[in-house]
Unconditional design. Structure first.
Lengths: 360, 307
């Protein structure tokens, strides 16, 4: 990616231009499309965080995880329990957010440890089961001792705040109205940027290469001296950390969490983002997350169009939205089987697909 | 003890339905290495088709066995058409693609099927007409309705027939050959495309019957019912060793029994702290436990390790 522009001055100019665009983006979107879309962008940034986390597990290390949303849930609930009236705890986010990420990482290891021997789809179903276990427990841990408040979820979660400056209030800075969605945008943007940076650096690091080696051939990687057990556990923990951080941010952003937000379908959505964007490629994952968050929202406009073009509402708009979404998933995969923006390695693999298949 | 036997019976009936659905997953997985996420929704379409046909025919006052047979026939025809065309459109072009690509199209197809069903049948619960009035057979303290017995026996008969078919028929041999190595099977004169299409046909037909059993058993159908059914069946297939037909049957029965026993006993064992709403947790814990000790499922063989 960074190799595209050689001249350092041009590169700095490009970085500066990108920064200006990203800073102006929420205000421009607010003015043109309305505040709902700023919120959608915020959610997209969270999904980028989630997608990059899952990309470590699935894209780099090749461990198919169908229960990834569990870590998001663990992070969200950790934050919610430590910063809400539920237990009367109101920890500062400086402490609670890293703690949420840490707890999620611990759960990552907890899931990883017993499943190290499993391969391929056996791992997929165990992770799926793990995700369901977490969700069902969150749903039912209101009896006999009320911990998670059951299906009602936890409300009145503290926003991100330093002293009196809380992100859930609207401020006016230099003539700009900075609503909560705007201020959270910048927090999420910073986190997403940091996670992109970390992912890119990891990819080229010793650990990243070890992950990719395991993905390609675990036995060979082991015989080259990679400690496959530790490296796989690290992939789980690292992926879960991203998920936990995203969960903590989500809880503070929404002010409300309930088990409803952490279903298997959400895990599958994140996986779709990673695979559809281009597994193992940071740019692809970012693209996939942005696209799949925006697509269902954009398809909301399909309902009115139906009336305009066909003269009547034949199909319930929300159903039509899901139908088109399903169709889009199928078509995108049929036309770009390796993802919209595949990593160079995958692209090479796919170009030689016939040979690769025969060799297996 | 009575509770134990009763839950065992209930579990076996439920498990036989899971096993039928699991067969669809495992056959497709064995040949294509694909988790056919849409399979549960195919069963749902079968269930709702059977339900609609049964409603219409029962209103005409046809005798119950005829109503059931015609409803089953309609469900099988619709599902077979669906299954084969889904394979043709969404999976066949991706046969040489990276492994996760067809998984995403399968998820897309699953969403499409669910919301198409919502369009056709609406989103409310639909009730199956009571074609057969269940009468209970009490047998040594265990209660078994004739509906349960019918479901269990039919499921066992279907599974037996399927095992025989795969072991003994010409097509079954071609299926096994394709499973071992599609390229070499092709060289031996097996038409691989036909075999794969036939696998989808067989899986969808059995799934349609399983779907009809679900609406018969619970009395209601819903456009989203395929999701949980598919999830359980997929779990069962993995539990037994995915790709292994006999394993899927065993896994289905085992999962059904574990779930029923858990529902019956969790409350008592934990002194009422955990209720029967934890029965899925229990089912998945058993799955994880089994896989930790037998990483390829109960009857499975070693599989590839690529995601």
């Amino acid at each position: 990616m960074s190799g595209a522009i050689r001249d350092p001055r041009l590169r700095w100019a490009a970085v500066f231009a990108a920064a200006v665009v990203l800073i102006a983006l929420p205000f421009a979107v607010d003015a043109v499309l309305g505040r709902a879309w700023v919120r959608i962008i915020d959610v997209a940034l969270l999904f980028i965080l989630l997608g990059l986390g899952l990309n470590i597990v699935v894209g780099y290390a090749g461990l198919l995880d169908l229960g990834y949303i569990a870590f998001f849930a663990v992070g969200a609930y950790s934050y919610a329990l430590l910063a809400s009236p539920q237990f009367g705890l109101h920890g500062s986010f400086v402490v609670v957010l890293p703690l949420a990420a840490l707890v999620a990482a611990a759960f990552g290891v907890l899931l990883g440890a017993p499943t190290l021997k499993l391969r391929g789809d056996y791992l997929a179903i165990v992770t799926l089961g793990f995700g369901e276990i977490i969700r069902i427990c969150l749903n039912n841990l209101n009896r006999p001792v009320n911990i998670t408040n059951g299906p009602q979820g936890i409300t009145l979660i503290d926003p991100l705040a330093i002293g009196d400056i809380a992100l859930n209030k609207t401020y006016t800075i230099a003539g700009f109205t900075v609503a909560p969605v705007h201020s959270y945008y910048f927090v999420f943007l910073a986190c997403a940027a940091a996670s992109i940076f970390i992912s890119l650096r990891l990819e080229d690091s010793r650990i990243g290469r070890a992950w990719i080696a395991i993905r390609e051939d675990e036995l060979a990687a082991g015989s080259m001296g990679i400690n496959t057990r530790n490296v796989k556990l690290l992939a789980f923990a690292m992926g879960a950390t991203f998920g936990g951080l995203a969960g903590g941010l989500f809880a503070s952003f929404q002010g409300f969490v309930s088990p409803e937000s952490f279903t298997l379908l959400d895990s599958i959505m994140v996986l779709c983002m990673v695979v559809l964007g281009g597994m193992g490629n940071v740019g692809g994952v970012v693209l996939g997350a942005a696209l799949l968050t925006a697509l269902p929202e954009a398809l909301r406009y399909a309902g009115p169009l139906q009336k305009q073009w066909l003269g009547d509402v034949y199909i319930d708009p929300s159903d039509l939205r899901m139908l088109l979404f399903g169709l889009a998933l199928v078509l995108m995969m049929l036309f770009r089987p390796a993802g919209l923006w595949p990593s160079t390695l995958r692209r090479r693999e796919f170009a030689g697909g016939e040979d690769a298949h025969a060799a297996q | 003890m009575d509770i134990f036997l009763q839950q065992l019976v209930n579990g076996l009936v439920l498990g036989s339905i899971y096993a039928l659905v699991a067969l669809g997953y495992t056959m497709v997985y064995g040949i294509l290495g694909l988790i056919n996420f849409a399979h549960g929704d195919i069963c749902m379409i079968g269930a709702l088709t059977a339900l609609t046909v049964a409603q219409a025919l029962a209103a005409m006052g046809l005798p119950p066995p005829l109503v059931l047979a015609l409803a089953a026939l309609a469900a099988v025809l619709v599902c077979v058409a669906l299954g084969v065309s889904i394979e043709r459109v969404a999976y066949r072009p991706l046969r040489r693609a990276p492994r996760l690509a067809p998984l995403i199209t399968a998820i897309g197809v699953s969403v499409l099927l669910q919301y198409s069903a919502a369009l056709v049948w609406g989103k409310q619960y639909l009730s199956m007409p009571e074609v057969v009035k269940p009468s209970a057979i009490v047998w040594g303290g265990v209660q078994l309705t004739d509906l349960q017995a019918f479901i269990f026996l039919l499921a066992c008969a279907l599974m037996g027939a399927l095992l025989w078919f795969i072991q003994s028929s010409r097509m079954g041999r071609a299926m096994r050959a394709t499973e071992q190595n599609p390229d070499v099977a092709g060289l031996m004169g097996v038409n691989v495309n036909h075999v794969i299409a036939f696998t989808f046909l067989l899986g969808s037909a059995v799934g349609a019957i399983a779907g009809m059993m679900v609406v018969l058993y619970y009395g209601v159908g819903h456009y989203f019912m395929g999701f949980m059914l598919g999830l359980k069946a997929f779990t069962a297939a993995v539990l037994g060793g995915i790709g292994n037909v006999a394993g899927a049957m065993l896994g289905g029965l085992l999962l059904g029994v574990v779930e029923s026993l858990a529902a019956g006993y969790i409350g008592d064992l934990t002194g009422g702290v955990l209720g029967s709403n934890y029965r899925d947790v229990f089912a998945f814990l058993v799955l994880i436990g089994v896989l930790v000790f037998r990483p390829s499922g109960i009857m499975g063989q070693h599989t590839g390790d690529r995601a």
